[in-house]
Design a protein around this ligand. Structure first.
Ligand SMILES: [Zn+2]
Length: 298
């Protein structure tokens, strides 16, 4: 039996992801920043990433593929430590990324009935009692069945957790105040970084990424930009802790960090639901929840 999560600090943030490493590539500087400021931050990972590949050539060696689930758990524990957050696996099995027309593997997260998966997350919401929940938009941010499912499960759990009629045995109802979708790794971000680097005479290394990304930007409207440039370095360390998933010599690790801090010093979100009054745009996920009337403890 897992130890109960006893809610700690007055402000609590839950960030829900599909696989270990997603928390470090999407919104990690935000998590590190809030954790450093004393917010109680819980990362929830829906699956163990069991069907992931080894994406770092240096880690593609005997003993790694065979033990990927255990290795990814250890990587996740290291990233959690670096970000300064708490962490829970929801316990579902990675669906993998089936080729076009291939069926999803039996028993995987994407095939788990929505009620069952959302019920598990709703119970965790009642246990941790977050004021703010963050997840992916309805596209999943990228077309992996586990990412799309993570969106569906989180939205359903966000609504169900506060409903006294829903699963009374799963704890006291708790209604989080705000739900956000990630705006990380948008085409606009890659383009801005590419333009800034080439404008400075640097090789951006992003040409290939930009040709692969669809030109129609599916990222939801940005309502909230969280300044967190001073935590990009923590984000990078957390990312590199996922050594089987992140090649330090390619992709996201290549762009110049000084340029990034200058050109795009925020991580961006879309406010999808709010039960508190706010004015948009915001620069803080806890707008409307701080100060005198702070936290609505229901
Ligand atoms: Zn993922």
């Amino acid at each position: 039996m897992k130890p109960r999560i006893t809610p700690g600090q007055p402000l609590r943030l839950m960030s829900v992801h599909a696989h270990p490493d997603d928390e470090s590539s999407k919104g990690a500087a935000t998590l590190a920043k809030y954790a450093a400021e004393g917010v109680d931050v819980l990362v929830v990972t829906c699956t163990g990433g069991e069907r992931g590949d080894v994406l770092n050539p240096a880690m593609d060696r005997p003993g790694v593929r065979e033990n990927l689930p255990e290795i990814r758990r250890a990587e996740m524990a290291a990233a959690r430590e670096i970000l300064g957050v708490r962490h829970r696996f929801l316990g579902f099995v990675d669906s993998g990324l089936p080729a076009n027309g291939e069926p999803l593997p039996e028993g995987c997260f994407a095939l788990t009935p929505l009620d069952e998966a959302a019920g598990r997350l709703a119970a965790l919401i009642r246990e941790f009692r977050p004021h703010v929940v963050v997840t992916y938009d309805e596209t999943g941010g990228y077309p992996h069945p586990d990412h799309v499912r993570t969106h569906e499960v989180t939205v359903a759990a966000f609504d169900a957790a506060g409903d006294g009629g829903f699963s009374p045995e799963a704890g006291e109802p708790w209604r989080p105040a705000k739900l956000y979708y990630q705006g990380a790794l948008s085409r606009a971000w890659f383009q801005a970084m590419h333009d800034a680097m080439t404008g400075r005479g640097l090789d951006s290394g992003m040409g290939a990424v930009l040709t692969e990304l669809p030109t129609d930007d599916t990222v939801p409207e940005c309502t909230t930009r969280v300044p967190c440039a001073e935590y990009f370095e923590v984000r990078d360390r957390a990312l590199l802790a996922h050594a089987t998933q992140v090649d330090p010599h390619s992709g996201f690790m290549l762009h110049d960090r000084n340029v990034e801090r200058e050109v795009w010093p925020t991580e961006d979100y879309h406010l999808a639901r709010s039960h508190v009054e706010i004015t948009l745009p915001e620069d803080d996920l806890f707008t409307g929840l701080r100060g005198r009337d702070a936290v609505p403890d229901q």
